[in-house]
Design a protein around this ligand. Structure first.
Ligand code: FEO
Ligand code: CA
Ligand code: CA
Ligand code: CA
Length: 633
């Protein structure tokens, strides 16, 4: 997250500023762990995270497709440092939708220097596109796409430093975040949004939601406006996404805490019964700079102390029914959700993998009690079940630990779910290097998770006070580069409570470092990157990796250029660069057209004046095709 006012602080950095943590100063311990880290890495490399060795690794026997190296049908591209998008020769790209583009005939017009007015801002494509999924319904192609946050200076160019000056400014920011559902079609001129489609819909910070699952109706979710604790307004900081087997969209609430603040400065000390939850989730008096609490009392925790408990969930949206009410599923737990990867166990139970993107937080899994029957009722499949948290052992095994009142010592299942992080700490979950997207392989029973980076690994505890020494899947202290961990559930069953794991790749810079910070052997000066974040595995089993890292191309990051999208072969470990984004941007969000001949890619927080070439930068979804119109995944 760049270009944020308060400024240029990442969400994690803002949290640490608000809730400072003591540094771990056990220097001897750090050195000792560094030594054992080298020993452990030796084991990993022998096991096979290298390009040549990976095919004989622990997990490869289950990979259905025996693909050879060099299966990528393109010539990898070089790094770039400019303000444009680049794809390989033989491919081309075109903008599909930009921040401010109309999603309805009556939408506000976009002004190239001023953006748009507050009136009608709930009918335009929102800002900062993120997770997205495509749906095919009765001959219509639909995309549901997240709008994670706003660059306030871009959206409020008339306001001082982008700080809202009135309720209208706040409303505009609230309108431009959330989710867009839009119909698209391909014409001779390329893909376009069907502006007058009845499927088009904006869901934003004031859209009505239903709260479902074991925590619905709990006292901690009740507010003055909703004494039932079952009806809330808005979905927040919609980061990654997911898609259910029954054709609904899952939007995932990540850094929701930044929208809340307090008009009473003593708030941090005040609600004793809430204090642990507020601190663990980073809810402070100032907020992240949106200043909603000064203009909209719902976000003022002095007046509505339970309102933050109604955010931090996964929300299900039916993209085919514009009249449907989105549902917040409390069964999936409350934390800073990245995405929700849904997969079916062999017996039909629904498994949802989820990461909590904060330094030292955890990876979760939900397993439903009921089973999915095509065409049958899906009631309860995302709420009635068990939430688990991952424990990775250094010997490359792992287990899922159930989060219940019994295992966590917490008073009720509702509290376990509302404060899932505290339950995870109580059962001894493994602290991770910021879990971002999780993807499962459609051609093998295995899952991958991007661990984007963690400068606090081995330096500071997480927000709950859990120590964060280097560990198996997070083997490097002060980890600026990130890695991708992969696990294979025992018995080829995603509902199994145990698994084997390895590292698919450790990002690094072999041009600058010779030690573990050079990365795993499948990283070369020709394909290096930092901060893996977005990820999707296509129908052929290729792993698409999107980055959200440091793009200054200097120092530790020299030779990495702008953020990018790469593709990896799960069998050989080979990784090649496919796309580079404009400087300043993050590449995030990926889905395909029904015929797989088009790949839709999100470009978030671009720099310069991309893509218009003049005026404000506009976060956009682009359509990428092969010039010969062959499938692209
Ligand atoms: Fe919104 Fe963790 O990325
Ligand atoms: Ca982002
Ligand atoms: Ca992300
Ligand atoms: Ca990120």
């Amino acid at each position: 997250m760049k270009d944020i006012d308060k400024v240029t602080l990442s969400a994690d950095d803002w949290d640490e500023l608000t809730f400072p943590r003591a540094e771990e100063n056990d220097f001897d311990g750090v050195v000792e762990r560094a030594i054992s880290r080298r020993g452990f890495l030796g084991g990993v490399l022998a096991f096979g995270s290298g390009a040549a060795a990976m095919g004989t690794g622990l997990l490869s026997s289950t990979v259905v497709q025996a693909q050879s190296a060099g299966r990528f049908p393109f010539t990898p591209i070089d790094i770039q440092t400019d303000f444009d998008v680049h794809v390989p020769e033989g491919y081309s790209w075109k903008v599909l939708a930009r921040w401010g583009d109309p999603l309805a005939p009556a939408a506000a017009g976009y002004d190239i220097t001023e953006g748009g007015p507050v009136e009608g801002s709930d009918m335009v494509f929102g800002e900062n596109t993120d997770g997205m999924e495509s749906f095919f319904y009765q001959g219509h192609e639909l995309i549901a796409v997240n709008h994670e946050y706003t660059n306030r200076r871009t959206n409020l160019p008339a306001a001082q430093e982008g700080t809202p000056a009135n309720a209208g400014d706040v409303l505009k920011l609230q309108n431009l975040q959330g989710v867009s559902v839009m119909e698209i079609r391909e014409t001779d001129a390329g893909w376009e949004v069907v502006t007058d489609s009845p499927f088009n819909r904006r869901i934003h910070h004031n859209s009505p939601m239903t709260i479902a699952g074991p925590a619905a109706g709990h006292d901690l979710l009740k507010t003055e406006a909703d004494p039932t604790g079952t009806q809330s307004l808005g979905t927040f900081n919609n980061c990654g996404s997911g898609k259910t087997p029954w054709g609904t969209y899952l939007t995932c609430e990540e850094n929701f805490n930044g929208y809340f603040g307090s008009t009473e400065e003593s708030q941090d000390q005040k609600p004793v019964q809430l204090d642990a939850g507020y601190a663990r989730y980073g809810i402070g008096t100032d907020g992240w700079g949106y200043d909603y609490h000064k203009w909209d009392p719902r976000f003022d925790t002095a007046k509505n102390p339970h309102e933050p408990h109604r955010a931090g969930w996964i929300v299900e949206i039916d993209p085919t029914d514009p009249e449907s009410t989105p549902v917040k599923h409390t069964g999936l737990g409350r934390f800073k959700h990245e995405n929700a990867e849904v997969v079916l166990a062999p017996d039909g139970r629904v498994v949802v993998y989820m990461g909590d993107d904060e330094r030292g937080e955890f990876i979760y899994r939900f397993v439903s009690n009921g089973t999915y029957q095509p065409g049958g009722s899906t009631e309860g499949l995302l709420d009635d079940g068990t939430l688990y948290v991952a424990k990775f052992n250094d010997n490359q095994t792992g287990e899922w630990l159930a989060l219940t009142p019994e295992t966590s010592g917490m008073a009720s299942l509702a509290e376990v779910l509302i404060f899932a992080r505290k339950a995870g700490s109580a059962v001894g979950a493994t602290t991770m290097d910021r879990p971002e997207w999780i993807a499962t392989n459609p051609n093998a029973v295995e899952a991958y998770c991007c661990l984007t980076n963690n400068k606090n690994r081995g330096v500071k505890p997480n927000a709950g006070g859990d120590e964060t020494p280097a560990n198996g899947p997070n083997p490097r202290e002060v980890n600026h580069y990130g890695q991708i961990v992969r696990w294979k559930p025992d018995n080829d069953d995603h509902a199994s409570d145990s698994f084997a794991w390895d590292l698919y790749v450790m990002a690094g810079n072999p041009a600058v470092h010779e030690d573990a910070y050079a990365g795993s052997p499948n990283i070369t000066p020709g394909n290096m990157f930092n901060a893996p974040d977005g990820m999707a595995i296509d129908s052929t089993g290729l792993v698409w990796i999107q980055t959200d890292g440091d793009d200054d191309n200097e120092g530790d990051f020299a030779g990495m250029g702008n953020n990018q999208m790469l593709v990896g072969d799960p069998v050989t470990g080979e990784i090649a660069r496919f796309l580079t984004g404009p400087n300043g941007s993050e590449v995030t969000g990926l889905c395909w057209s029904a015929d797989r001949r088009t790949m839709f890619v999100g470009i978030q927080h671009p720099g310069g004046s991309w893509p218009d070439g003049e005026g404000l930068p506009r976060s956009s979804v682009i359509a990428v095709k092969r010039d010969d119109n062959a499938p692209v995944g």
